[in-house]
Design a protein around this ligand. Structure first.
Ligand SMILES: [Zn+2]
Ligand SMILES: [Zn+2]
Length: 365
C-alpha cells in the first residue's frame, strides 16, 4: 500500500509561488487518495478542502479560497439549508412566510440561510405582485441541479436507515417506484465508492470548511420537530453541520486515524471526538482498537450522496485551480459524472420525469 506523499500545501501557508507548474493544465500532480476502501493507511501531512484564505475570491466573499467541494459543504452542510431546499423542491415553497410556517424556523435563522443561499447562487430573488410587490426566492439553474443530490439523500435514507415510510419517488416514464441507484453517466454501470478512485489536487484541502459557523451551535440533535413529509434524520445528522460533513468527506478520501482527521480538517479534538463517536453510533463508521475509523457498508453507501455533492460543488462553485478532487470511475476510466437510474426500468432519472408521491398527504399535494 503506497503512502500518499505528504501534502506540502498546508492551509494558511499557500501562496502563488508554491503552486507547482502544471496546476490547472491537466491532472493534478500530487495527493492520491482512494475512496474509502483500500487507503487504510493514509498519512496526510496537510489539510484537505480549503485553499489558503485571501487567494481568489478575497476576504468577505462566501467561502473565499475554498475548493468547490469545500464551498458545497460550507453551504449545504446545514440542517436548515437542507430542509429549506427540500421544501422548495418538494412543495415549491418560494416565500419567506412559506418556509417559516412549514419548518417552524425562527425568522432570523431563516433570513440568514436565505441570504446565504442567494449569495451562493442557489436561489435568486424575484419580485412579484400580490396586491403589493413581494419578493420570492426561486431556484436558479445551479440550484435546480441539486435535485439529484436531494434525491440521493432521500434514497440512501430509505435504503439504509430503515425508513420504508418515506415518500415514494415515482418515475413517470415507467410509472413505477424509482428506488434510484447511483450509476456512472458515461458507461451507465452502477457505481460505488469501491470502484472509483480519487486524485486530490495539490491544493485540495478541507480546513476552514467548519469555520464560518463555528461560533454557532449548528448540530441540533433531538430538537427537530417531527417532519412527516420527508425528514431524513440520519442524513440530517451526517450532513447537518459542516464538521460532520467534513469528517465524512475525509473518510471517503481515505483518512482513517484520529490525528489525521484532526490535521486535515483543522478541527478541535473535542469536536472531532464527538463527531466520530456519533458516526460510530449511527453505524456509518467503525473504530478499531488503534483508533482507526473506517466506513461501514452503510457509510460506504453514502458515496451516492457524496458523489453528487462533489460533482455539483466542483461545477457550480469552482475553487482555485488545483483544488479539485479528480474522481474516476475505474471500470470505464471516465471522470465522475453521477446519475441516478430507475431500479425498475434502468433508465436515467431526469428531474422533470420524477415526482414524490404525496397522495398520503392530500393537503400538501
Ligand atoms: Zn463508468
Ligand atoms: Zn423507471
Amino acid at each position: 500500500m503506497a503512502h500518499r506523499s505528504p501534502v506540502v500545501f498546508k492551509v494558511d501557508a499557500v501562496n502563488e509561488k508554491e503552486i507547482p507548474a502544471g496546476v490547472g493544465t491537466g491532472r493534478p500532480a500530487a495527493g492520491r487518495a482512494t475512496n474509502g476502501v483500500d487507503a487504510i493507511d493514509a498519512s496526510p501531512g496537510g489539510a484537505l478542502l480549503g485553499v489558503a484564505p485571501g487567494q481568489p475570491g478575497g476576504p468577505g466573499e462566501p467561502a473565499a479560497g475554498l475548493s468547490g467541494i469545500g464551498r458545497a459543504l460550507a453551504i449545504l452542510g446545514d440542517r436548515w439549508v437542507l430542509l429549506i431546499l427540500q421544501r422548495a423542491f418538494l412543495l415549491h415553497v418560494r416565500t419567506f412566510a412559506g418556509w417559516r410556517d412549514q419548518l417552524g424556523i425562527s425568522e432570523s435563522v431563516l433570513a440568514s440561510r436565505l441570504k446565504e443561499l442567494v449569495r451562493y447562487g442557489i436561489f435568486e430573488q424575484k419580485a412579484y405582485r400580490d396586491g403589493r410587490t413581494r419578493l420570492e426566492y426561486r431556484l436558479t439553474e445551479a440550484g435546480l441541479k441539486l435535485w439529484s443530490f436531494l434525491v440521493a439523500v432521500h434514497s440512501w435514507e430509505r435504503d439504509w436507515a430503515d425508513r420504508p415510510d418515506l415518500l415514494t419517488l415515482m418515475h413517470d416514464r415507467c410509472r413505477h417506484d424509482a428506488r434510484p441507484y447511483l450509476a456512472c453517466g458515461a458507461c451507465r454501470k452502477p457505481m460505488t465508492a469501491r470502484d472509483t478512485h480519487t486524485v486530490r489536487g495539490p491544493l485540495a484541502t478541507f480546513s476552514r470548511v467548519g469555520l464560518p459557523r463555528q461560533h454557532r451551535r449548528t448540530t441540533a440533535r433531538g430538537d427537530v420537530r417531527t417532519d412527516y413529509v420527508g425528514y431524513c434524520p440520519l442524513s440530517m445528522e451526517i450532513l447537518g453541520d459542516r464538521w460532520s460533513t467534513s469528517v465524512l468527506a475525509g473518510a471517503f478520501l481515505g483518512v482513517r486515524r484520529f490525528v489525521d482527521f484532526q490535521s486535515e480538517l483543522g478541527i478541535a479534538p473535542s469536536v472531532l471526538t464527538d463527531r466520530l463517536k456519533r458516526f460510530v453510533e449511527l453505524g456509518v463508521l467503525q473504530a478499531d482498537a488503534g483508533r482507526h475509523y473506517r466506513l461501514t457498508d452503510r457509510g460506504l453507501a453514502y458515496f451516492e450522496v457524496f458523489a453528487f455533492l462533489v460533482h455539483w460543488g466542483q461545477r457550480e462553485l469552482p475553487g482555485p485551480p488545483g483544488s479539485d478532487l479528480d474522481i474516476t470511475h475505474k471500470p470505464c476510466g471516465s471522470p465522475l459524472s453521477p446519475v441516478l437510474l430507475c431500479r425498475h426500468c434502468h433508465e436515467v432519472l431526469e428531474r422533470r420525469e420524477v415526482r414524490f408521491d404525496l397522495s398520503a398527504y392530500p393537503h400538501l399535494a
